[in-house]
Design a binder for this molecule. Structure first.
Ligand SMILES: *Cc1c(COP(=O)(O)O)cnc(C)c1O
Length: 470
């Protein structure tokens, strides 16, 4: 009997290891005073590099303590209110309890005989999501590793269905669209940029013109419901009109905006999504789920079957049981769906929708606050929960600001008390708040802005004192 393997005879060791890990985590989280320790890459590289992987410590407890020092002490904590950088969310507790089960049972949701009820749980959640989207009874889908894979999968189905090779999307669409085109071997120029209106959403008239003028057969239109930078939602119903008239596959990338599916106050922002052929949803962004939790959902389920490849060792030809592997790009696959299941059963989707609404409200509040602060400029009003802004007090020119902004962000990261993102828009550098933590209050955001102001002043002063340094 191996004492190291999870089994009915090692349950004491198992519960002790899991208890020890959660106690250690709680101990470290209690001591957290900001989203990051501020450690440099060199520091961490030395510490991780110094571990001799060929000399085991001999027990889980000792290894956990080492990991706490190497990893937990320098993790980036998404639950910290001053973490306002990327589309990472704090996670709901019922989903964490599901993780314990997922890891130990270790089901693989490929064939029925490797997951049984897990398969049915995943299918119920796909049906639930399809219902929220507004798809009919023919809808189907599958959980994936993330929005990147969901987008690839949606576009692969479009390719199979249409045989075309041109994808239409705005420059605000996620880079995984271009990556998918490359993976699909579509060649350079496959993604045709569609002009946006003044707000950054896809212009449906420009879309129609781009399709009609394209030098190649259309394959898909990708509309984004929640762009990564500005949170913009392309006009889904008008885009669906264009696609239906031309019988072009419409893929809606709602990796970020899918939280609206749970919102009572803002669900209308997704109107038209029910006319998509395929939809990407990232529960690990706006449903407060641990990574990974994502899905591709299609309006006509039979489309998924087009990529099924038969393997005798997996699925008997005349399968009378449901095998998710026939629909997935993956084979061995975690039962990630159990996290969402636990969430819906323990607290329900209304709570999720309220939390997503809260962060959108906060973004609007922060926008008003930034408009009133003469040291800051804000690019545009929010649609969802992101805001692009920059520190630009009187006397700082835009070119100076473009030099200062990336440095400011870098210095803030190594300060560790707050993390914001950086991006470019219109050829200029901007800082970005991505608000996905309902516990982040305006007081926290004011503190983050004060910190930015303080660092910005220092940097501007250093530049003034050393004018030779460009
Ligand atoms: C994050 C994001 C993706 C990619 O999702 P991953 O889960 O990170 O792979 C795709 N599209 C949009 C709009 C996103 O915001």
């Amino acid at each position: 009997m191996s004492p190291h393997l999870f089994s009915g005879s090692t349950l004491d060791a198992y519960t002790s290891a899991v208890w020890h890990a959660s106690a250690l985590l709680a101990d470290r989280v209690k001591a957290v005073r900001g989203p990051y320790s501020g450690a440099s890459v060199e520091d961490l590289r030395d510490q991780v590099g110094a571990v001799d992987l060929d000399r085991p410590l001999g027990d889980t407890g000792a290894a956990l303590h080492e990991v706490a020092r190497l990893y937990l002490d320098h993790a980036v904590w998404f639950h910290e209110p001053a973490y306002v950088a990327h589309l990472n969310c704090p996670v709901v507790i019922p989903a964490l309890s599901a993780e314990v089960l997922i890891a130990a049972v270790n089901s693989s949701v490929d064939t029925w005989d490797q997951s049984t009820a897990g398969t049915l749980i995943e299918r119920r959640l796909i049906d639930w999501t399809a219902g929220r989207i507004g798809f009919g009874p023919d809808a189907d889908g599958v959980f994936t590793s993330g929005g990147t894979q969901s987008n690839l999968h949606g576009l692969l189905l479009a390719r199979e269905e249409t045989g075309g090779g041109k994808i239409f999307a705005t420059t605000e669409s996620h880079f995984s669209v271009a990556k998918s085109a490359a993976v699909l071997g579509l060649g350079p120029g496959a993604v045709v940029g569609v002009a946006t209106d003044r707000d950054g959403g896809m212009d449906p008239a420009a879309l129609a013109a781009a399709i009609d003028d394209a030098d190649g057969a259309p394959m898909a239109v990708v509309a984004t419901a929640g762009t990564t930078d500005l949170g913009r939602i392309d006009p889904l119903a008008a885009i669906a009109d264009v696609c239906e008239r031309r019988r072009i596959w419409l893929h809606v990338d709602a990796a970020y905006g899918c939280g609206l599916l749970a919102s009572h106050r803002r669900r209308h922002l997704l109107e038209g999504i029910e006319r998509a052929d395929s939809v990407t949803v990232d529960f690990h962004k706006s449903f407060f789920q641990p990574v990974s939790s994502s899905a591709i959902v299609v309006r006509r389920g039979e489309a998924l079957g087009r990529i099924a490849v038969h393997a005798d060792y997996l699925n008997p030809r005349a399968a009378t049981v449901p095998n998710q592997v026939d629909k997935s790009l993956q084979t061995t696959r975690r039962l990630d769906a159990l996290k969402l299941w636990m969430t819906l059963r323990a607290i329900g989707s209304d709570r999720i929708g309220e939390m997503f609404d809260a962060v959108v409200d906060r973004a609007h509040e922060a926008h008003r606050h930034l408009l009133d602060d003469p040291d800051f400029e804000v690019l545009a009003a929010p649609t969802l929960s992101t805001l692009l802004f920059r520190y630009r007090p009187a006397g700082l020119s835009v070119p100076e600001c473009d030099v200062l902004t990336p440095r400011l962000r870098q210095r803030l990261f190594h300060d560790g008390r707050a993390i914001v993102a950086g991006t470019t828009a219109g050829g200029h550098h901007w800082l970005k708040f991505t608000l996905l933590n309902p516990n982040t209050t305006m007081a926290h955001l004011r503190d983050v802005l004060d910190l930015i102001r303080e660092i910005g002043r220092d940097l501007a002063g250093e530049r003034a004192a050393a004018p030779v340094m460009a």
